[in-house]
Design a binder for this molecule. Sequence first.
Ligand SMILES: [Zn+2]
Length: 234
Amino acid sequence: MQSKAFYSLPNQHIYIDFHTHSMWNGDDTIEVVSVHGHQQKQCHYYTLGFHPWWTLAPLEPTELSLLLNKYQHDERCIGLGEFGLDNLKGPALDIQEKILIQQLNIANQVAAPVVIHCVRAFDRLLRLRKSQGNSVWAIHGFVRNKILASQVLDAGMYISVAPADKMTPVFIEMLKYVPLDKVFLETDSDFSMNIKDRYAIFASLKNLKVEALQEIIFQNFSTFYKNKWKYHLG
Ligand SMILES: [Zn+2]
């Protein structure tokens, strides 16, 4: 299903949910739905990848060509992911790494922006970023501290975060630190708080008006997805 609103009316003063697993926020929000493999989901825009929780063996050629074909031929498929490494769930990390590299190879072929899932495997991820990272990456659901954030940013990646009611001091410190031109906001389908309220919390931490934050995130989004997102501003 395509969105009338977003195909006809680009507007910087909208909310962008950088990473969700289903649409839920309504008309003044761009929601980028994360699709796993052959799943069918309702969306305006999506990223496609094989998630480490549900991918137990190296990918077949048909699965890899699915990624390539959708990115190349479906205008709603604006990037690849989420895929990555999870030290708490899924198969052994060595297998996860193989599967991740398979998908990064596809991303590198077509310079596709990539949404990364990473839990307790940042050493490996930073190493892979150096050896395999030829397109732009964002780490979604980043909850770690300022020092790790600075390593991720130094490696040229973006960070996507989900500010909420209750946050640890370490998380707040990281949110205050992360540069505005390298950040996205997301819900990751955590229905306890919508994307608008998360914008409001983040804007106040950054001493910004929500409208100013919307313009900044819109610009980041346009830069990150510039290959396929139609309404980038330059
Ligand atoms: Zn997710």
